[in-house]
Structures are given as C-alpha cells and as structure tokens.
Design a protein around this ligand. Structure first.
Ligand code: ADP
Length: 477
C-alpha cells in the first residue's frame, strides 16, 4: 500500500521558531513516525527570526499569489529536509518579516493568509496529503476553509485539528475580517458571541479533533476548563480524543547533554555533582543534604504562580533551597525577585529565558514544582523526570497522566501530586516530598530511579496518531 501522506500545518517548530510547547511538538513529532509507512511534511511561516544556519540551506521551490481581501499577496515556497521530514516555509515579507512570531495588530490577517496559502500551495509542491493536520488557533481556519471553499480541489483529504491550548482560540470581530474570509453569510460553525472564532470552526469542520493528553480531553468538556467552548467539545465528543505528548529524549538526555556539568544515567552520585555545581553557580550554600526545588516556567496564572505567591514564605521556612527560572507577568517577576532578596541563602529568582540554565536546573535540582491551574499536557514535568528531578504537580491535564504519587509500600510512583487548586494543599504536598527526602533516603533514591526510568519517547504518540489517521482514511486492516 502507498505510504500515508500527512501534512502538518503549524505556526512554529523547533529549531526554526519556538515560543513554547507547540514548537517542541511540531519539531519532534513528525520525526517519530515510521518512514517506511508514512511521508510526513510540515508547513510553517518563514519568520525573520529563523536562524541563518537553516535559512542558508532553504531551497526555493515555487511561488504563486494568494488572493486575500482585495489584494493578491506573494507566496514563496521554500524547502528544507531534516531526518526524513520535509519542512516547507511560506514566504511573505509583508506578513512575516517582523522581529517576533506573534502579537501584531493584523494577527488575524497574517494567519488567514497563512491558512489560505497552505490550502493553495499543495499543487505547487505536488504533495497531495491524505491527512492535513492543523495545530492551534493560527491554523484553525484551514478545516473550515477546506470544507467551504477548497474541497473540490482535493479528493478525499481528511483534516485533523489538535488543541494544544484551548485558551487561545483566535476570536475576531465579524466586520473586521469578513472580506478576508469571503463570507456570503455568517456561518454558525464560526459564530461565537457575535464574533468569529477560528478554533470553533476547526472543532466543527475537522474529521478528528485531538488534544495533547487524555485527561485534558475530558476536562475541556467542563465549563471550568472549557474556555466557553465546552458545549462545542461535548457536541463533538464522538470524534475528540486525547493523545499524550512526548519529549525529544535525544535532545533532553542527561547522558549526553552538553549544557550540564557532569553527564549521568541512573547514577545518583553524578546527579549530586550537578547539584553542587548548580549551588555554586547560583552562589547558594553548597549543601548536598538540603533539597533544592526548581521551577522553570512562563510566569502566568496558568502555571499556578498565585499558589506559590500565597505560601512562598511558608515554603522558605523549610530547610530547602528554591530556584525559579522564568519570565512573564510583571507582578510575578517582581514578587519572585523581592522574595529572593529576603532569603539570600535559600532562594534565587532568575528572571530570564535561558535554555542553558534550564538544563542545569533540571539536572541540579531534587524536585520540580509545577502546580498548574490547567495544563493541556506540559513538557517540563517530563523533562524534569528525564533528569531525575522529582515532579510535584497539581493533578490536571497531562500532569495527571504523567505523574503518579509515590507509594512507599509498593515503591511505585514517580512524583508527588495534589488535586485541589489550593495553596495549602500544595504546601502540604511539598512538605511530604521534603519529609521523604530527609527521613527515607532509600525511598528517595528509589523514587529518583523510578522517575529516571520513565519512557516519554514520541514513538508512543506517533503510533497512536498513525492509528487514528488510518482510521479516518479507511485504511485500518
Ligand atoms: P508551555 O508550553 O505551556 O509554556 P510546557 O511545559 O509545555 O509549557 O513547555 C515549556 C518549555 O519551555 C519547556 O521546554 C521549558 O523548559 C521551557 N521554558 C519555559 N520557561 C523557560 C525559561 N525561562 N528559560 C528556558 N526555558 C524555559
């Protein structure tokens, strides 16, 4: 049988352009599919910030014009191959030659252009996918446009839409964008409190909707997590599923990671060398007997920073050290800086985005705190376990699916967790973890070993995606 052809459409992919977890996923998942069975390609905008080491190797393939509003916009197609995956870049300097990825006044127009360009570039690269797999709001208009305006161009192409974060949906005023989408009428599939909602369109028009963890797939049917789309999610529940993300375990590998001081596999001693080096690096007292808790995160409410703020002095009353690396809302940045100033021997707040330091923190800490209010999947807790830093998480979304409370009777489990979004429940859970660290050394080593041996390879996710691709294409044996 012919290889299954899949085109990923997304707004970012590591190592070309990344602002968060979406970039990690689009950079890694396509490479995890079996090359003998699949031909996976990816299409992205060609941003200004893509490093020259890659752009120098881009090959020009073709160009055409996309009609958007009353304009014809140039659309160049560039190509780059890496590990069996072909990446295409949509080149238009008016929309994408800007310093950042997102946050511009004409965001809707930029990504409507991109969605149209994806649907129109297919004949120019002569790659007719069986499945067009779109990710997050920036590409969410594709399934709608395909169904309403382009389906007669392509035979039997199926669409899949993945929600990486339901919070960002692409909501714009009808009048502002009507001529960009060529509306003859206001379709109910896009209507959202009298505005246009791109993501709602994708939920109703795709053959399959996925989210990035089984728990999040269920949670978003509830108004607490549903971001006002819970009714729609309940409506499409028969074709909405959760497939857990993985991590790039070659990239995040304590055995080979060039960013850390001493490489290690399951050796507790060598991990401790990284701990001492981290304490020295951050000018904290070097003390192997004191646990260090790390946090590496966007500093937003989603990540549970309000819980941390509520009990931070209680946390620091314990015999431990606390290291936070992150950027985000100014209130949280200032709070962390201020508190760190009060506890020069116990806490560091590194308010910056620093990949190198992040690896050193994963390797040098004993515990990793992630008390998220909601978490579609979360990669950081998996990276932390890969480096033997014990996650302490709130039981939500992918955190619930990947972190299991350590049971000292059976010696099973890879971390600590709490259910209710409550600062004192979090504090109590940290106290339990710190108690185990001090009083049950053998258990702590066992727990660290359990975390280090978790397998979060992308292969598992790719197998599940492939099963569902085949299912919607009628290719299951
Ligand atoms: P989200 O995508 O919601 O921000 P994830 O846990 O899925 O959260 O992914 C976050 C990724 O970004 C991880 O790879 C994490 O290490 C990285 N990261 C977050 N903040 C920083 C920072 N300040 N410096 C370096 N890396 C960071």
């Amino acid at each position: 049988m012919d290889k299954l052809k899949v085109l990923f459409a997304a707004s970012e992919a590591f190592p070309f352009a990344k602002s968060g977890g979406l970039g990690d996923v689009i950079g890694s998942l396509p490479k995890a599919f079996p090359a003998e069975e699949t031909d996976i390609r990816v299409v992205l905008p060609k941003y200004e910030c893509i490093p020259e080491t890659y752009t120098h190797q881009f090959k020009f393939v073709n160009s055409f014009y996309v009609h958007i509003g009353s304009n014809d916009q140039y659309c160049g197609i560039l190509e780059y191959k890496s590990d069996n995956v072909t990446f295409y870049f949509i080149d238009n300097e008016y929309y994408f030659k800007r310093p950042g990825l997102y946050g511009y006044y004409d965001e809707a127009e930029r990504f409507i252009f991109f969605c149209r360009a994806v649907l129109e570039f297919i004949p120019y690269v002569d790659f007719y996918p069986d499945v067009l797999h779109c990710h997050d709001w920036q590409t969410a208009l594709i399934p709608y446009l395909y169904k309403e305006q382009y389906s007669w161009h392509y035979q039997n192409m199926k669409t899949v839409f993945t929600i990486h974060n339901l919070k960002f949906q692409g909501v714009y005023g009808f009048k502002d964008i009507a001529n960009l989408i060529n509306f003859d009428y206001f379709p109910s599939t896009l209507e959202f409190y009298e505005d246009v909602n791109f993501m709602k369109g994708a939920l109703y028009c795709s053959d399959l909707v996925t989210t990035v963890s089984p728990t999040y797939a269920e949670e978003i049917k509830d108004p607490y997590y549903g971001e006002h789309l819970d009714g729609v999610i309940r409506d499409i529940a028969d074709h909405e599923i959760g497939i857990l993300n993985g991590i790039n375990d070659k990239e995040y590998n304590p055995q080979t990671d060039p960013h850390i001081w001493t490489n290690y596999t399951s050796s507790y001693g060598k991990k401790m060398e990284n701990k001492a080096a981290l304490q020295k690096h951050l000018n904290l007292p070097v003390d192997p007997n004191k646990p260090i808790i790390g946090m590496i995160t966007r500093l937003t409410e989603q990540k549970g920073l309000d819980l941390v703020a509520a009990v931070i002095h209680e946390i620091l009353q314990m015999e431990l050290q606390f290291v936070v690396l992150g950027t985000g809302e100014a209130g949280y940045e200032n709070m962390l800086r201020d508190v760190a100033g009060y506890y020069p021997d116990k806490m560091r707040a590194c308010i910056t985005f620093d990949e190198d330091l992040s690896r050193k923190i994963y390797a040098g800490t004993d515990m990793f705190l992630m008390p998220s209010k909601f978490e579609p999947c979360g990669l950081s807790q998996m990276i932390a376990m890969r480096y033997g830093s014990i996650p302490i998480v709130r039981e939500t979304g992918g955190l619930k699916d990947t972190v299991h409370y350590y049971n000292s009777q059976t010696k099973e489990g890879n971390g600590y967790s709490f259910a209710t979004y409550n600062a004192h429940d979090m504090l109590f859970t940290i106290q339990k973890a710190v108690g185990l660290f001090y009083d049950y050394k053998d258990d702590w080593k066992q727990l660290t070993k359990n975390a280090l041996s978790c397998d979060f390879n992308w292969r598992h996710s790719a197998e599940t995606y492939l099963y569902y691709y085949k299912k919607i294409c009628g290719r299951l044996n």
